[in-house]
Structure formats: structure tokens, C-alpha cells
Design a protein around this ligand. Sequence first.
Ligand code: FHN
Length: 417
Amino acid sequence: MPLQASPKGLTWFQDARFGMFIHWGLYSILGKQEWIMHTDAIPVAEYEKLVPQFNPVKFNADEWASVAADAGQKYIVITSRHHDGFSMYDTALSPYKVTNTPFKRDPLRELADACARRNVKLGFYVSLMDWHHPAYRFRKESGLAWQDYLGFLHGQVRELCTQYGEVACIWFDGHWPANVYDDSNRYFEPGGSFEYEKLYDMIHTLQPDAVIENNRHRAPLPGEDLQGFEQDLPGENTTGFNETQIFGLPIQVCMTINEHWGWSRDDNNTKSVRRLVHVLARSASVGGNLLLNVGPTPEGEIVPLHAERLRGVGRWLENNGAGIYGTRAGVIPPTRETVSTLRGDTHYVHVLDDVSDSVILSSVPAAVAKARLVNTGQELTVEREGVNFFVARGADRTTVYVPPAVRDPFDTVIELR
Ligand code: FHN
């Protein structure tokens, strides 16, 4: 049986509930998201011309870690190498890496140190697919074998697990067993097994508290600690990527703050603070973390508007975080305007819409007698069962009065005990 993350690591991860995803690489220079090498059919030699152009003079790891901390995000997961094959850290296993650009520095090293200063944990995105590595894409031409790629992949993961301190999460991507290959994408195809058992055991041995997610869009395998949802809430599949079945593992939803992962110059469709808070609350209500993505610019900045939205979520969390951090899936059934989370025997009802002066819930556990607002502690009137004439005798109905004046513009969190 492959190893799993330690119970301590898994509990920390679930309690954290909110993380920052970062897609940043050579592709950022072109400002047309991280698939540009494929979508524009850029040959390797052409794409390599981006290397001498990478010089993110505005990169400040402390600023990134501060944005995450201010947003209430407890961890960051950053691309160590995306599908384009370019390593964003000082790997000993390839010269195709960030320290061989004019920038010369190792941003992951700087981020690890900055995160430690802000009490934010760091994790790494690792692409299983590699459009640049000769042993992934060009085995015929190079005479290399799949095993050479595996040595590189496993070796890089070992570097990430041994050189950057405590790792929160290793997030694999780029192996989609359901993928159909044709002449346009034949080079996506792996040349053999990724030897997951060995890979996962290595991670769990070197970093016992780190959780593993593999975005395979399929049922999780032994050794994987999370089930992921991409651009969708748990159980949803509006994107066509997700397996809607929930397999009982802790869940992580990853989502873009706008519409793309890597920096996209023309993408102005940034989600509002209200929508972000709702996604966070809805994910938490079904037992999920939210890993919210930003794509920094080629100069190395988190887009100021994105930072502002994140800090808006952080301000809401400052007053309402009790209904998110350390919670698990709620047991009070959702209604059209509410979802709930649970910590111990305390229920948190998240009122996401303002349709009347009260919130009507069903199946509230019998022990609940009191309600108060999480942000101010103000007591709210709560009435159990159907005592008024609109409700059938014995109806299962709990009414909490939430006067308009005390409503939060994003999500009014009510504690029920
Ligand atoms: O192909 C990637 C994509 O570029 C991005 O990294 C997302 C993040 O969830 N994952 C893949 C698509 O499933």
C-alpha cells in the first residue's frame, strides 16, 4: 500500500481552507496564457528565444507572500515547471531554467523564505507532461528513453521536497488518461507509466505532512490525498474536466481569479469579491479548500486589481473566518440562499443572498437553540419549528431573523449552537 499524507498534515491542510495558486513562467512574457506554445504551435527552438527575455524586475517575493497572507490564504502552490518544460527554480537536472535567464535568481527560493516570514506554507505544481524535454517529446530524435524522463521528473520532485523547507502540497498536472491523441497533440502522450507509487512514496517519505493532488480528472489513486475539481465546485462538471462523483477524500477546488491561469493581457473578467467569497463558502460547505489562481505579469507583479480583490476577501475573512477556517462540510442542508459549514457542534450558516428579513432552514439539529452573527457577536432571534399558520403542524423549520441593517454585503455568517 502506498503511503498517504500524515493525519497531522491532512488536518492542517483541511483547516487552512484557502490557498493561492500561481501560474508563472516563460509563457507569461507573451501574455496569452500558459498553453501558448501549443496553441500557437511554437517550435521548441523558437520558444527557447523567450529565455533571454525573462527578467521580472518587479518580482518581490515578500509582496506575493503578503498578498496571500492579507487575503487570508494559508498556503501558496506555484508552478515549478508547467507543460512548456521550463523550470522556474534552480534545478540541477536541466539547464532550461530560470537561473539561466537574465533574472538569474531562484524565485521559488525567495518565495519559500518570504512565505516562512509570513507564516504561509508553500507547495509546488509539477507538470507530468513536458513539451520541451527530449525524453518526453523527442525520444526518436534524441535516442533517449522514457526512463530518462522519469529520472528527470522524479529527480525534480525530490529537489522540491528537499531544498525548500516544509512543503504543503505537491500538485501534479498534465496526465489525463481520458485524453484522445491525434496528430495535433500526439506529443502530449506519455511514453509509459509515471510510476506513481514510487513517486508518491518518495514525497510522503521526504515530506510526511505534504498532501498530494493529481489533476488526472479521474478517481484518485492510492497515495493521492485529495480529490480535485477544476473551475467547478465539488460535484459539478460545467467544464467537462471533472469527475462528478465524490470519492470521500478531502477536496480542493482550483479556480482562476479571471478566466486564465497564466497571465493573459486581454483578460479583464476578474471575479468580484462577492463571487470569490461565495466560491470559498460554497467549497467549504462541502468540505473543500479553494486554491485561487493568479497569473503574475512578466515583470513579476501580481496584477494590482487581483491583489485588491484578494485583499477584499481577506477583509471579509478577518471578521467572518470562523465560518471557514477549521470547518468541515455542513450538515444543515443548503437552501437557495444559504450553505453551511460545521466545526465541532457549532454550525455556521452562510447567507449568500438577501431575499427577506429572515433565513428559513430545515433539518437543523435539535440541540441548536441560539444564533448570533459571527462578525459582531450580535444575538439573533431564532425560532424553532412551525408555529405560524403558514407552516404545517410539525413542519421542520428554523427561522433566524437577520435584519437588513446587519447584513454583510458578501456573506452574512450566522453561528448556530
Ligand atoms: O493544462 C493545465 C492548465 O494549463 C492549468 O495548469 C490547469 C490548472 O488546473 N490544469 C491543466 C488543465 O487541466
